[in-house]
Ligand binder design. Structure first.
Ligand SMILES: [Zn+2]
Length: 96
């Protein structure tokens, strides 16, 4: 659910909670029943968790300034040998 703002010419701003993307450009005022236009405003990202804000900032940065590497990063903790399998039928297959 998202919170959308509408502005009634007579009663001012009011908020409506609707599923994301379903807000109509106009709504009826809960006080007078008149027509109210949608009031576009910045999303309330300050209420999001810190981890989410960090992930959004990191994504924005990699889009604008992608990291450039000169070599393949070293494998950490991975062996280059065959991957063991738990399926006994696959263990009998020939190995390279
Ligand atoms: Zn009104």
């Amino acid at each position: 659910m998202a919170t959308y703002q509408y502005r009634c010419a007579r009663d001012g701003v009011f908020e409506v909670r609707l599923p994301m993307g379903t807000a109509a450009p106009r709504s009826s005022c809960p006080v007078c029943g008149g027509e109210a236009a949608r009031n576009y405003c910045a999303p309330m990202l300050s209420l999001a968790r810190r981890e989410l804000i960090t992930a959004i900032d990191h994504t924005e940065k990699t889009r604008d300034e992608p990291a450039v590497v000169s070599a393949v990063p070293p494998a950490r903790g991975r062996s280059r040998g065959p991957v063991p399998t738990a399926n006994p039928a696959l263990r009998r297959l020939p190995r390279p």
